[in-house]
Design a protein around this ligand. Structure first.
Ligand code: XMP
Length: 471
């Protein structure tokens, strides 16, 4: 038999082409996540419970990428996470946290702590604004029975604005009055939104953020391939930007049925996958996928290839899917990225973005604590099909772990890496440089360029530091 050869990241190198940029900083990294959604950098954080929740999604979008919040939690929790991302940085927070006027001091403090907010808007029973309670109003207060209405600064003493205010006007008011928060109140006294000085500052500092039409951070969410209607409805209420159908075998009847059903019933961009062949790509495109997620078994915590014997090495998988997807819909290369060079290789093979789990899992913004082990720092990282995930899921649902399903993932540790924004900066430096080696000044133009050379084991050995003792 003449078998096809499957190649992965470590099997190829990009053949350099004549560089055209004067500085690597000139290299433009804009790309498409889906047909309609544009990102400023090609990075997506994986929909895994040790990778993407609110903090990661906020940081990814602030830096120009996007986070996909995982689905391994009750619907209301996932919805609340999307809402928090949407509230976090848009210039006008549309659904600021509010409290009822009879809320007692103890509950008030708890809410502020839980949501890490220094101020809450007080509403009456008709949702009209009565005032605002800030830390200043409660710090020295000891009477736990006092209510929000008794503690707040009342509306008559508040500085507020009307809908339609511009950024510059809001900034002026905040500066002139030395205040942190500016409620936006409608003519009828109901709350329209909130502008904070913190958000204005963030806006000024992060011009590269990936934003929706209302100027809020982009965020995605994963749903399962079954029983997804209630979850999708809740996510849409929270104004999620994109849905990922989270399933290991994307070229399957049940995934296709889910894709058709979701596209028919909801007006939302849908990322379908995971797949690894041209046939799978053609079929998912024909049923309305807005992007294709490629990767069967390349992930750091995956054992699919070992347990099932199935998969396609990732460079070949991307190139095959690209044959069907090129110029139609974007590709997300998911799993197996170990360094920025792999990201450039994925793009050269045909990917528009990359999804990463283990690379991000060691950062501050990933869920979970820092673990001290043998004098070194780590964070936990686990495959979504690992046995520890199955146990956690069974416990949450109050059922027994199914014995007829074998794990296709493992649990382990990844080195602690500090702030994700610093890691992203490092990675982007590598990608920009890689694109300049590929003879271009923008990411879009090198997608699918496929100027690869295959290397042998000696080539790989030569590519890594050798014959020196590393400090
Ligand atoms: P990296 O290499 O970035 O991979 O850590 C992240 C991707 O791995 C996939 N994933 C799994 N694949 N069993 C698998 O075969 C698992 O338990 C598992 N959990 C995650 C997923 O596509 C993710 O984005």
């Amino acid at each position: 038999m003449d078998f096809k050869t499957g190649l992965s990241y470590d099997d190829v190198l990009i053949i350099p082409k004549k560089g055209i940029v004067n500085s690597r900083r000139e290299v433009d990294l804009k790309t498409n996540l889906t047909r309609k959604i544009k990102l400023n950098i090609p990075l997506v954080s994986a929909n895994m419970d040790t990778v993407t929740e609110t903090k990661m999604a906020i940081e990814l979008a602030r830096n120009g990428g996007i986070g996909i919040i995982h689905q391994f939690m009750p619907i209301e929790e996932q919805k609340a996470m999307i809402e928090e991302v949407k509230r976090s940085q848009g210039l006008i927070i549309e659904n600021p946290l509010t409290i009822k006027k009879n809320c007692k001091l103890k509950d008030l403090k708890e809410k502020m702590e839980e949501f890490q907010k220094a101020g809450l808007i007080v509403l009456d029973e008709n949702k009209k604004v009565l005032g605002i309670v800030t830390m200043r109003d409660i710090t020295l207060e000891e009477d736990e029975e006092k209510t929000a209405e008794e503690l707040m600064t009342p509306l008559k003493d508040l500085i507020y604005a009307k809908p339609g205010i511009t950024t510059e006007e809001a900034k002026e008011i905040l500066k002139k009055n030395k205040i942190e928060k500016l409620p936006i109140i409608r003519e009828d006294g109901t709350l329209f939104g909130l502008i904070t000085s913190k958000d204005i500052k963030i806006h000024e500092n992060i011009s590269n953020a990936a934003l929706d039409k209302k100027g809020r951070l982009l965020v995605g969410a994963a749903v399962g391939v079954k029983n997804y209607h209630e979850r999708i409805k809740a996510l849409l209420e929270a104004e999620v930007d994109v849905i990922v159908i989270d399933v290991a075998h994307g070229h399957s009847v049940y995934t296709i049925n889910a894709l058709k059903d979701i596209k028919k019933n909801y007006d939302i961009e849908v990322i379908a996958g995971n797949i690894a062949t041209k046939e799978a790509a053609e079929e998912l495109i024909s049923y309305g996928a807005d992007a294709l997620k490629v990767g069967i078994g390349p992930g750091a915590a995956c054992t699919t290839r070992i347990v099932t014997g199935a998969g396609v090495p990732q460079i070949t998988a991307i190139m095959d899917v690209y044959e069907a997807a090129k110029k139609q819909i974007p590709i997300i290369a998911d799993g197996g990225i170990k360094n920025s060079g792999d990201i450039v290789k994925a793009i050269i093979a045909g990917a528009n973005t990359v999804m990463m789990g283990s690379m991000f899992a060691g950062t501050d913004e990933a869920p979970g604590k820092i673990i001290h082990k043998n004098g070194r720092l780590f964070k936990m990282y686990r495959g979504s099909s690992s046995s520890s995930m199955a146990e956690a899921r069974a416990q949450r649902q109050g059922i027994k772990v199914r014995k007829d399903i074998s794990a296709e993932g493992v649990t382990g540790y990844v080195p602690y890496k500090g702030k994700v924004s610093e890691l992203i900066n490092q990675i982007l430096g590598g990608i920009r440089s890689g694109i300049s080696y590929s003879g271009n000044n923008n990411l879009q133009s090198v997608i699918g360029q496929q100027n690869f050379i295959r290397m042998t084991f000696s080539g790989l050995k030569e590519s890594k530091p050798h014959d020196i003792y590393e400090l």
